[in-house]
Design a protein around this ligand. Structure first.
Ligand code: NIG
Ligand code: ZN
Length: 411
């Protein structure tokens, strides 16, 4: 089965085979072809180029994309879309003056979501979560990482990871599962951190590994949550089961956590609202992808990741949603890209690189996702007729997506 798109106004993010991430000043370049064709065979990108080189093919479905822009689907490398219920009351409490920290100290926040999750059946959590997955696919996301971390009990964490496994089995979108048992200390372990860490390492991890439920391991490395030393223990334990770290760090404070993550071979360090010069030095020449989550900064009014400073230092940067019930109840990558341009002063080229190819790196799927490259999955956003791709972040509240193709099929 072949599909041939013709007369594409702009075909964005075209890359040679083997490019896995874009760093520093190169992020300002988004390779594209104007007036292009794109050939899909089965579920794979098989060829593309300028219209004058378009092959004459018989027995092919032809789609005329006059006026439309085509780009690879978004890669959302950081979400918590498997959860139960919502935290709408905390949202109103914050409007009325309480801080995220004050709400958490009263047993709200992550522990509130953990209570709800442990009271909800696996089937019900699946039903609630699949609606969110379907929604983000319609918004152009073609690959998504999903974390556990609202269980905080052996059964609760397994329940979340089994839901993620069911989503993997039932949807065409690429999904990676991350074990985040170290998301917060349950109330009963507040004064006995080592007992909870023992539970994670000796009870949760072996069961998760035996059911093959996780691809990565995460921890919330933050003042008041998991210390640098505690996070190192979690990363080392995960490594024994082949789980690479992807770590929440530097959301509210900088406590030398990034250094520990880099030294422990983290695939990504995520949040980074507070970044020191030392953190930037440590990230240089590492394999660790920094990931910014601007919708979280927007929703809970915290600083934005200093993207320009990091890119000027030669670092790569990825963008993701952080979709979760507490700090970011939105999985819309179009909004993330627009907010990165508007608030973080990333150019549209930089933001799209961050939300596609660098997101794929932060999920460990850059061989198959994140760019228009021969042999990669046919995962495409086809826009409505627009002036240029600059209109995507400019018209930040408008849905400019006409169709989404995942693995060669329109969804
Ligand atoms: N910061 C840690 N974890 C999540 C939010 C947790 C919550 O409030 O539910 C985040 O990435 O923002
Ligand atoms: Zn998160």
């Amino acid at each position: 089965m072949q599909t041939l798109f013709i007369n594409i106004k702009e075909l964005l993010q075209i890359r040679e085979v083997g490019i896995d991430k874009i760093s520093g000043s190169d992020m300002a370049i988004l390779p594209k072809i104007d007036n292009a064709y794109l050939l899909i065979e089965n579920n794979i990108i098989s060829n593309f180029g300028p219209m004058e080189n378009c092959p004459k093919l018989s027995d092919v479905e032809i789609i005329d994309a006059t006026g439309q822009v085509i780009l690879p689907t978004w890669v959302d490398s950081h979400t918590h879309i498997v959860y139960a219920g919502n935290r709408i009351q905390e949202f109103v409490d914050r409007i009325n003056g309480l801080s995220y920290e004050e709400i958490a100290n009263r047993g709200g926040g992550i522990l509130n979501s953990a209570k709800k999750l442990n009271e909800t059946s696996e089937d019900e959590i699946y039903e609630q979560s699949k609606l969110r997955l379907e929604e983000v696919m319609q918004q152009g996301t073609g690959a998504v990482e999903i974390k556990s971390g609202y269980g905080l009990t052996v059964e609760g964490e397994l329940k979340m990871l089994r839901v993620i496994k069911r989503l993997k089995e039932n949807y065409p979108i690429a999904i990676k599962a991350t074990f985040l048992g170290a998301h917060a200390f349950p109330m009963e372990y507040k004064e006995n951190h080592s007992a909870y860490i023992d539970l994670i390492i000796n009870e949760m991890l072996p069961k998760i590994a035996s059911e093959n439920l996780a691809d990565y391991i995460d921890a919330f490395l933050e003042t008041g949550y998991f210390s640098v030393e505690e996070t190192i223990k979690i990363m080392e334990a995960g490594r024994k089961y082949g789980l690479e770290p992807k770590i929440h760090v530097n959301q509210f404070t900088a406590i030398d956590g990034i250094k520990a993550c880099v030294e422990n071979g983290a695939l990504s360090v995520d949040h980074l609202e507070i970044v020191t010069d030392e953190d930037i030095e440590v990230l240089k020449n590492s394999k660790t992808m920094p990931v910014a989550l601007p919708s979280c900064s927007y929703f809970i009014s915290i600083p934005y990741t200093p993207a320009r400073k990091m890119m000027n230092a030669g670092l790569p940067l990825a963008l993701a949603t952080d979709y979760n019930p507490g700090t970011t109840p939105s999985g819309n990558m179009n909004f993330v890209v627009a907010t990165a341009c508007i608030k973080m002063k990333m150019t549209p080229e930089e933001a799209i690189n961050a939300a596609t190819i660098n997101g794929a790196y932060a999920m460990g799927i850059s061989e198959s996702h994140g760019s228009i490259t021969k042999g990669k999955k046919a995962n495409l956003i086809i826009t409505k007729p627009i002036m240029s791709f600059y209109q995507l972040p400019y018209a930040f509240g408008t849905n400019l997506i006409d169709k989404v193709m995942i693995e060669g099929k329109f969804i």
